[in-house]
Design a protein around this ligand. Structure first.
Ligand code: TYM
Length: 334
């Protein structure tokens, strides 16, 4: 594909909690797999992260840790743009403008807002409510074609498309209308202890429920060993077996197989041996990432340079779109 015709991929991750296997299989792994065929832009969504109260020093550290992890999984700061959302002020500016093109009723329907309001009922701030508008601004600033995310972001992508179409209907073709890329396998990894609920990186109550990408490898093995299954001792991918199905899904996503293929591969296995095989596959995938992460973490000046260059490159593209938008809505442009 020529450089000119390459499509743009945009995605982001919040630096809240510790990155989980769910984040990896639903998003990061696909970013890595797609990175050579698209112009890729990936951000650390630290402006989204403050919709929930954060400790400042800890947030700063996690933001840096996450950009380091992006590189450790194989994103290439020479070829891909990797940056901090808060370094590009166009996000906040476009977000404000788009707020004026988004209806309260639309935002009221967002399931993630409802869930987070229940979880953080002492702090239901308006940033939490308009969170999807900032996310739309992220995506639309870069004239994005494709947004690779997990299943839980589907509704946010839909509202982004609606906002963009509404704006375009009034002002002409300002924004490209993005498509989602939600993987067939791995888009919704469930908790190991509670396989009917998604594995979440911000979970604090039950550490055994979540595999964190930077967990000690033995701990990962033990968490998988302890994962909840059922009393049948039969490896079958089926709705009435959420624990086993989740492990088959994890195995499939890690190895590039379908859960059905995985089911056939493990036919006749007992749960113990099956869990060992899943753990080995996960560890094989994560081990090189952890090694690279350790190496990169020691290279302060390299990470500093990635952050600085990423901010410059992202700002350049974002400001081009922002300028167009400002002109359209009637702000003076010099
Ligand atoms: P965040 O930080 O919650 O999650 C990052 C990515 O991980 C995916 N994910 C999962 N995938 C499969 N199984 C799971 N259990 C699982 N948990 C999380 C998410 O779907 C996501 O792709 N609002 C976004 C960040 C964001 C963004 C954007 C994404 C901000 N601006 C622009 C795309 C485009 C979020 O909170 O993701």
């Amino acid at each position: 594909m020529s450089e000119e015709s390459r499509k743009v991929i945009y995605s982001a991750m919040q630096p809240s909690g510790h990155p989980s296997l769910g984040n990896y299989l639903g998003a990061l792994k696909n970013w890595k797999d797609l990175k050579n065929d698209f112009d890729c832009i990936f951000s650390i969504a630290n402006m989204h992260a403050i919709t929930v109260r954060q400790d400042s020093a800890n947030l700063r550290k996690k933001t840096r840790d996450l950009i380091t992890l992006f590189i450790a999984i194989g994103l290439d700061p020479e070829k891909n743009i990797i940056y901090y959302q808060s370094d590009v002020s166009a996000h906040a500016e476009l977000s404000w403008i788009l707020n004026c093109f988004t209806y309260m009723g639309e935002l009221n329907r967002m399931t993630q807002f409802k869930e987070k309001s229940l979880k953080h009922n002492e702090n239901i701030n308006s940033g939490l409510f308009t969170y999807p508008v900032l996310m739309a601004a992220d995506i639309l600033l870069y004239q994005t074609d494709v947004v690779p995310v997990g299943e839980d972001q589907r509704q946010h992508l839909e509202i982004c498309r609606d906002i963009a179409e509404r704006f375009n209907n009034i002002y002409g073709e300002v924004f490209k209308i993005p498509e989602g890329y939600i993987p067939k396998v791995g888009a919704k990894i469930m908790g190991l202890q509670n396989p009917t609920k998604k594995m979440s990186k911000s979970e604090s109550d039950n550490d055994n429920n979540v595999i964190y990408l930077l967990d000690d490898l033995n701990l990962i093995r033990n968490k998988i060993k302890r994962s909840v299954t059922d009393s049948e001792n039969e490896i079958r991918f089926s709705e009435d077996k959420p624990g086993i199905s989740n492990l088959l899904n994890i195995y499939g996503a890690v190895t590039g197989k379908t859960p059905q293929d995985a089911e056939r591969e493990f036919s006749g296995y007992g749960y113990g041996k099956f869990k060992e095989a899943v753990a080995e596959a996960v560890i094989n995938e994560i081990k090189p990432i952890q090694e690279k992460y350790k190496e990169l973490s020691a290279d302060k000046s390299y990470i500093d340079s990635v952050i600085k260059n990423g901010a410059e490159k992202a700002s350049y593209i974002a400001n081009k779109t922002l300028k167009k938008v400002k002109k359209k809505v009637g702000f003076p442009i010099f």
